[in-house]
Design a protein around this ligand. Sequence first.
Ligand SMILES: [Zn+2]
Length: 284
Amino acid sequence: MGRIPEHVIEQIKESNDIVDVVSSYISLTRKGQNYWARCPFHQEKTASFSVSQSKQIYHCFGCGAGGNVINFVMTYEKITFPEALHALADRAGISLEEYTYQPSDEEKSISSRLYELHRLAIDVYKNTLKSPEGKAAREYLIKRGLDEHTLSTFEIGFAPDAWDTLLKTALKKKFDENLLILSGLVTESERKKRYDRFRNRIMFPVFDTRGNPVGFGGRVLTGDDQGAKYLNSPETPVYHKSRILYGLHKSRDAFYVTMVTKQDKKLPLKQVLFSPPRGYPAGY
Ligand SMILES: [Zn+2]
């Protein structure tokens, strides 16, 4: 692990054209030499936010915000300099592995056990959705316009209305109880009683950019009296919400993650899942 050298930072900047990056977040209009938009950092009716492709900088004549592509991503995503560097390096296919913290074998095996546990949970939830217990959930999803193909593509499932379905299945499959707690799929009461976190919820698995299942978003099926309408997995060693960035990752799974975890609760489910953010490549 080490500091990322200046020449690599330069390479990251050069490989991420500021117009491309900014327009993956907001739509820009070309006028003369520069690109313009309403400023994403202050409220305004006319466009005073400009991006210069030749200088690779942005500047807002209204609020004074300005900087290079890294500053833009930091400010827009509210993330740190190293986080923005990693995101932009990732976007440009630049490896920062030699400057990055390398997990030990033990940590690696915890990660792979967590992936396996999430895979098991996906299967449990998918089977429940297909069972008589999942009938109401299935009807709800179909009513919202999701067909069989969509349900299987996104591996959508249903967490049964019970306290220990996943807990029991996972213990039978020899998963360690501490790992279950670490995953957030099982939780512990003050009196040390362990139970399934997700119950009676439609389950949307969340995948990392390599396709490993790392978490869930769960939407309650019946009225709001049964707890939060949306419940997401907590942060775990494999699930870092802050690293899932809006607009930068273009893989289907990362896009899906973004939509599930940062969803606008006012949007209907179908729109949450299937409306690409502005600037997202057409044809998704
Ligand atoms: Zn501004």
